[in-house]
Write a protein that binds this ligand. Structure first.
Ligand SMILES: CC(C)(COP(=O)(O)OP(=O)(O)OC[C@H]1O[C@@H](n2cnc3c(N)ncnc32)[C@H](O)[C@@H]1OP(=O)(O)O)[C@@H](O)C(=O)NCCC(=O)NCCS
Length: 127
């Protein structure tokens, strides 16, 4: 709701997270905790690039609880993910998509070395 103005169905989200975790290496979450409470998360998925002969890591489901923002929680999660991905020589880059009006997230990503990829993301429904 906060980032995309969508009311999510909690049963669908619960099923989506559970099934994602069951997939294994294709879907990974990293969470930040403070005193046993999850205060931030990121999810990594991946896409094959034939012409680069390597994987593109996708950064998704980025969220830090409001009261923990601006303290480096996301930066820490991102750095942890990058450190892990750099151990895998066939991962060529990391990508993300962000709502074009989400100025706070865009500013955050820019500070952390992300730049416009030059692509439009387009989609068509299949359900
Ligand atoms: C975007 C979001 C994940 C950032 O998390 P965060 O933990 O507050 O970010 P950090 O504290 O790690 O900040 C990382 C860098 O971005 C900068 N930054 C953070 N919020 C910023 C803002 N609102 N405007 C400008 N810069 C910002 C920080 O100053 C920091 O830069 P530095 O390393 O030069 O000091 C968080 O605001 C959030 O959860 N927003 C709502 C959900 C959302 O929009 N998710 C993204 C969907 S694509």
């Amino acid at each position: 709701m906060e980032t995309e103005g969508r009311q999510l169905d909690s049963a669908t989200v619960q099923a989506g997270v559970t099934r994602g975790l069951d997939v294994g290496e294709e879907v990974r979450y990293f969470v930040a905790d403070a005193d046993g409470q999850v205060i931030g998360q990121i999810m990594l998925t991946r896409e094959w690039s034939d012409w680069r002969d390597g994987w593109i890591a996708w950064l998704q489901s980025v969220y830090v609880v409001a009261e923990a923002r601006g303290k480096g929680v996301f930066k820490g999660l991102l750095q942890h993910a990058i450190d892990q991905l750099k151990q895998q020589p066939d991962v060529v880059c990391m990508r993300l998509y962000v709502e074009r009006d989400n100025n706070a997230a865009i500013a955050t990503y820019q500070k952390l070395n992300f730049a416009d990829s030059g692509y439009h993301v387009m989609e068509t429904p299949l359900q």
